[in-house]
Design a protein around this ligand. Structure first.
Ligand code: ADP
Ligand code: ZN
Length: 615
């Protein structure tokens, strides 16, 4: 795209190489950096593991003599990020209530002097602290992490975030970058509105996480479920995983059953003493506990990149939460598995919660979409991505529906009928009205709206209401249209839908037969995970990483991610230069670790070359 690289590009990619050890930006990262460096506001949507942090960390290093503030909702998240930055040689610190006021003061003074480049802070402290500095023009950028917390439409609303609404009014000249991994269109627009950044540019990368295999298992309960889970864990020997449960007591019951079967499992929920929680988290991150049975309290702020699988013991209450939870698996990009158990009993329980919640209409609708996902006959990844308004037109080949597809037929004409009916109502009708129109109903409200006069009125009279409902649902899941919750649940045709209507793109639907098909979980063999490289070398590298981490008092992944260890095991560097040019190895880490890692490899080479010389 660009011709000669600009000066900014050269400086930004120099930092990427020097501190992070990466050679290329991921999609959008550089565009985002450039945009805020030119003073623009930005809303950044990337999936978990997509690489959001770099988008504000590199500007922080580029902005000479200024400090970048990062608003973050959780202390554990802040600590994690600060540790990671320090390990790369980037000066950063957190201001929070766990340190003395003197310590906090000192940090702020150091930021003022330009010694600290990034400060992590909670939303409630931001406005009191930011005050004096911004006047002195010391702040170059404000990044708001987990920005969906500001929206009541989101699934994780935090009242303390609402304080941020005044930020832009008070400091119009400081660029604001809002970042999140979960936001449907409604939440997305609300983030802009709440932060008062109407002109912010939206940067949305694909939410696809193709390495996570998606599976749903219906109507299994009790002992049979426990046995299935135990069998699953057995097939994933030595791999870390999380089992999400709805209630505190079920985390404990399940953990104790698994322990009884000889599985290294622990329960985790918000009701445990803080010390216990910290201890369990640490042991999980250090690979000393293999399985955590947890409520949704577990996971936010845990940046463990080698979680290999996530099981949902029950259906979650909405797709945003589900996607975030399964997103904790496979952050290193290697194969990971998501398995969700679903029963109609889950729906009944969740419905009563949703009805009692403050936002019952929205929550019921979100629950319905979750249930539709669970019962789907459409590729599950297509459903998830269209839910996040992403156009994704092929089957993924890595979900249980794709592995076990139902019989499909060419439904292009049916889809065109439905889409045309939606358009002809001026996109002012809900699902039921559209079906009524298609079936030629003479209901009073249809006549009152004049919809009995539409050209599409009655074109689909030969299909039953149930059949149309099923097909409409599949079309929604494929992303042909969308439901506008904030506008009376009216249906809106997407660009993809327009292409079907006007450009004849073909649509395949699963044949509807009365009585649902139950999806069968079929697991792929795991040989993709076992690459050719030598497992014994990898485990020695992990031991070395663990020893270094223990000595430094940080988590192993702060030293190197699993992915980097895999690269080391494959490339087997034996010199400083070879080591220093590997993926994920920046200058500081080269200097700190090259001796230990290359000498381990030399030793390993010696031990393993000898037998081959015996021929
Ligand atoms: P997010 O905050 O979006 O969940 P992170 O910022 O933690 O994601 O990044 C996830 C992982 O991807 C980290 O290990 C990070 O170092 C890595 N990463 C980010 N950008 C790049 C890049 N350009 N090249 C290679 N790895 C990257
Ligand atoms: Zn699929």
């Amino acid at each position: 795209m660009e011709n000669a690289p600009t000066d900014l590009y050269l400086r930004a990619s120099g930092i990427l190489r020097k501190f992070y050890g990466y050679t290329n930006f991921r999609p959008m990262q550089y565009q985002i950096i450039e945009h805020v460096m030119n003073g623009g506001d930005a809303v950044v949507l990337m999936p978990t593991g997509g690489g959001k942090s770099i988008c504000y960390q590199i500007p922080a290093l580029l902005l000479r003599g200024k400090c970048t503030i990062v608003v973050s909702p959780l202390l554990s998240l802040m600590k994690d990020q600060v540790d990671a930055l320090l390990s790369m040689g980037i000066p950063a610190a957190a201001v929070n209530s766990q340190q003395s006021e003197n310590q906090n003061r000192e940090i702020i003074e150091n930021a003022y002097k330009g010694i600290i480049k990034l400060i992590y802070i909670s939303p409630e402290r931001l406005l009191t602290e930011v005050n004096e500095w911004s006047l002195a023009g010391r702040i170059g950028l404000i990044a708001i992490d987990e920005a969906h917390c500001i929206s009541q439409w989101g699934h994780d609303f935090r009242p303390e975030y609402t304080q941020l609404t005044t930020l832009k009014r008070l400091y119009p000249d400081i660029p604001v970058m809002a970042l999140t991994a979960t936001a449907d269109r409604l939440t997305r627009d609300d983030i802009k509105k709440q932060l008062n950044i109407p002109d912010a540019k939206m940067f949305i990368t694909s939410f696809d996480r193709p390495n996570i295999s998606l599976n749903v298992q219906s109507e299994i309960s009790g002992r049979k479920k426990v046995n299935m889970i135990a069998g699953f864990i057995e097939r994933h020997a030595g791999q870390s995983g999380i089992i999400y449960c709805t209630a505190r007591k079920s985390t404990e019951a399940l953990a104790s059953k698994l322990k009884g079967l000889g599985i290294n499992a622990e329960a985790f929920h918000a009701g445990l003493p803080t010390d216990t929680k910290i201890d369990i988290q640490q042991r999980f991150i250090n690979d000393d506990v293999q399985v955590i049975c947890a409520t949704i309290a577990f996971g936010m702020g845990i940046d463990k990149s080698n979680v290999r699988w996530v099981i949902h013991n029950n259906m979650p209450k909405n797709i945003e939460g589900y996607y975030q939870e399964i997103g904790r698996a496979g952050r290193d990009g290697l194969r990971a598995d998501a398995l969700m158990f679903y029963s109609y009993g889950d729906v009944v329980t969740l419905m009563s919660f949703a009805k009692d919640s403050g936002q019952s209409v929205v929550n019921m609708e979100k629950l319905r979409r979750m249930q539709q996902y669970a019962e789907s006959t459409v590729c599950r990844r297509r459903i998830l991505l269209s839910y996040f308004n992403e156009r994704y037109e092929h089957d993924c080949g890595n979900c249980d529906v794709c592995n076990n597809p139902p019989e499909r037929f060419d439904a292009t004409i049916l889809a065109q009928m439905a889409l045309s009916a939606i358009m002809r109502t001026g996109e002012q009708a809900g699902m039921i009205s559209i079906i009524d129109i298609l079936r030629g109903s003479k209901k009073a409200e249809l006549i009152a709206a004049g919809w009995d006069k539409l050209k599409t009125h009655g074109v689909g009279h030969d299909l039953s209401f149930a059949t149309w409902s099923n097909y409409m649902l599949q079309m929604l899941q494929l992303g042909l249209f969308d439901i506008a919750y904030q506008e009376g649940n009216h249906l809106k045709v997407t660009n993809y839908g327009r292409d079907v209507l006007f450009n004849g793109i073909k649509v395949l639907l699963a044949k509807y037969e009365y009585g649902k098909r139950l999806s069968k979980t079929k697991e792929k063999t795991n040989n993709e995970v076992r690459s050719e490289m030598n497992a014994s070398l990898l485990s020695q590298l992990k031991d070395l990483r663990r020893a270094i981490a223990k000595a430094q008092g940080v988590f192993p992944y702060i030293v190197f991610s699993d992915k980097v260890l895999h690269v080391i095991a494959t490339e087997k560097p034996t010199t400083r230069i070879q080591f220093g040019t590997l993926y994920g190895v920046g200058e500081r880490k080269t200097e700190l670790y090259w001796r230990q890692f290359t000498s381990l490899i030399k030793k390993w080479n010696d031990e393993h070359n000898r037998p081959s010389l015996d021929f």
